[in-house]
Design a protein around this ligand. Sequence first.
Ligand SMILES: [Cu+2]
Length: 277
Amino acid sequence: MPASSDSTAVASTSAPPDAQTPLAVEPSRGAWSLSPPENASATGDRIDALLARSHGFDFALAAVMLGWLLVAVLRFRGARKVAPDGGTRRSRAWVLGLALGVFGVVDGTLFLGSEGYLRDVLWNLRVPAEDPRTVRIEINAHQWSWEARYAGADGTFGTKDDVVTWNDLRIPAGVPVWVQLVSTDVVHGFSLPAFRVKLDAIPGRVNQTWFQAAREGAWEAACYQHCGTSHYRMRGMLTAMSPEAYAAWLREAGRQAAQTYDADDTAAHWGWAWRTP
Ligand SMILES: [Cu+2]
């Protein structure tokens, strides 16, 4: 990972909105792989565990149903006609009870697992709010790029040292990252597959989420909502750096932003006072 207080890191602030970037990160697996992408998030294993449990149930239920079908086909192979008799009261109660039991176990387990994840991670915005190291990023989705704003050294959004990047998210590893997200045009789907993060960018509202990188590295930020003709190339890169390298990058980018600040450039003055839940 380049320790990026170098000039290339800062140059990205002036890239045009729909600059065509090369594939941010080479895919780490073949196109036919069924496994989820590498997990780079501190909490992504909970999503993966939910998926694995869900697939386990799928396979078990499919095996039972196909087995039952096979038994029925073999058992009644010679029969010309099997008259349905509707079963007895007792057999109907058995079938209904079994069905309810399977429903309760399968859907109940998955529901409680999802609930736990939402409560502890996705909607638990107290974690980033209470951590003084938390990095706050305002993201503005466009057809077809991601524009990101950092508050700069003064910690306040909407000032001269705000750092703005295009399709280039920089974060420190091991620290909560709190994202507030808007869209200027249509609905976009902000997604970090390696972090199991997916959040719609909707015109007229601020959506928020948080995540934490488990280690340093570079991963793709993609749009998961078909948003127009160039949707396919609406992608950026998320780089998790060491906290020192990140601080150096932000300091230098903020210094350059303050130097080149243009009060008349109204397009550059989006952003909002940070919203706390
Ligand atoms: Cu999009």
